[in-house]
Design a protein. Structure first.
Length: 353
């Protein structure tokens, strides 16, 4: 136990397959990625598959230090439509090799290669036995990344300071296991500053970068939604006032989600689903959970919940109490388990309060 004046170690979360029985490893690997991607391992290698990933939250960013056996990870358009993850990702390989294919390109990243990509694009990754460091960055966290993406797109980083940033990320991952809670804020500031400095796009003569990007506007509106998600006053009209965007533009931004009101409702229902699968919240009445998440009409809430999940809130709670694992929500943004990549990424998007 730490003495009162002794700093606490920097908290992290670690997912590791090697602690499991060989026959359970592939299922655990599949479950870890299932909400965000499909995983494929050759049948003869499944008993020997290995994965260890440690995660640290620095501000709104997540740093991951991982290593795995050979694996194929496929994120397709169905995942993108379902889970609402659209973060930027920076990845640098410590050792081994990653081959990636998207609609736009194919590339191979080996030792020390820094890659910039996004969960908003479909991809097929093939990892040889490899070690890597990744940083997950919410879209609105570093606006300068839009300028880089507008010019270069995803793939191996072509900015002049790519090697410097790759070295920094590996050094940071090496230090995090030995850091304490006093280091969290300064490490977050250093990480933010290095990303901006190393990926800053300098305009060439006659080169005009886009000053407006619809996706950036969407990210800004999403941040406002998440910051006010539990407020009963969060209506399309109120969101229009907060964002300075007309209702017609708001609808266009979220048209693929059925409109802004549907988008807000989906986020709220996803969180209630996660609440209902949390054994620690079993004592709280369902109506109270719904009210805390912005639903003040019980009948309307029950109808909306059943439409989205094809079951009632009571069905989900009963299954949780009986220890039955139900099918994941059809549109999960935040799930109930930390042994799930979407849940880990979703932790930086939780509304405050």
């Amino acid at each position: 136990m730490n003495a009162p004046d002794e700093p606490l170690p920097l908290s992290s979360y670690c997912f590791e397959l090697d602690e499991l029985e060989p026959d359970d490893r592939y299922d655990a690997l599949f479950d870890f990625y299932a909400s965000a991607a499909d995983v494929f391992v050759a049948p003869e290698k499944r008993r020997f598959c290995s994965l260890r990933v440690e995660h640290w939250t620095l501000g709104n960013m997540i740093v991951m230090d991982g290593k795995s056996s050979e694996v194929n990870i496929v994120r397709h358009r169905g995942h993108i439509a379902r889970d609402d993850l659209d973060d930027w990702m920076l990845r640098v390989t410590r050792n081994g090799q990653m081959a990636s294919r998207t609609d736009e390109q194919h590339y191979v990243a080996s030792d020390g290669t820094l890659v910039f990509d996004t969960l908003a694009e479909a991809f097929v990754d093939h990892w040889s036995p490899a070690g890597w460091v990744s940083v997950v960055i919410p879209r609105g966290e570093i606006p300068e990344l839009w300028q880089y993406f507008s010019r270069y797109g995803s793939g191996p980083v072509r900015a002049g300071a790519a090697d410097l940033l790759a070295d920094f990320l590996i050094s940071l991952a090496n230090r995090l296991p030995h850091a304490d809670e006093r280091d969290r804020d300064r490490f977050a500031r250093a990480l933010h500053g290095m990303i901006v400095a190393c990926l800053q796009v300098e305009a060439a003569p006659g080169d005009v970068l886009r000053e407006f990007d619809p996706a950036l506007l969407r990210d800004q509106v999403r941040q406002i939604i998440r910051s006010n998600l539990w407020s009963a006053r969060l209506t399309p009209e109120r969101l229009s006032q907060l964002s300075g965007v007309s209702r017609s533009v708001l609808y266009g931004i979220f048209e693929e989600s059925g409109g802004v009101a549907k988008y807000i409702q989906t986020l709220r229902l996803n969180k209630i689903y996660a609440d209902l699968t949390d054994p620690g919240l079993n004592h709280i009445p369902i109506a109270e959970l719904a009210e805390k998440r912005g639903f003040h009409n019980t009948s309307a809430f029950n109808r909306a919940f059943r439409r989205q999940f094809n079951c009632s809130p009571g069905d989900v709670r009963t299954a949780t109490r009986m220890g039955i694992r139900m099918v994941q929500p059809s549109h999960p943004e935040v799930t109930g388990s930390e042994n799930d990549i979407s849940a880990l990424l979703g932790r930086t998007r939780e509304p405050r309060g």
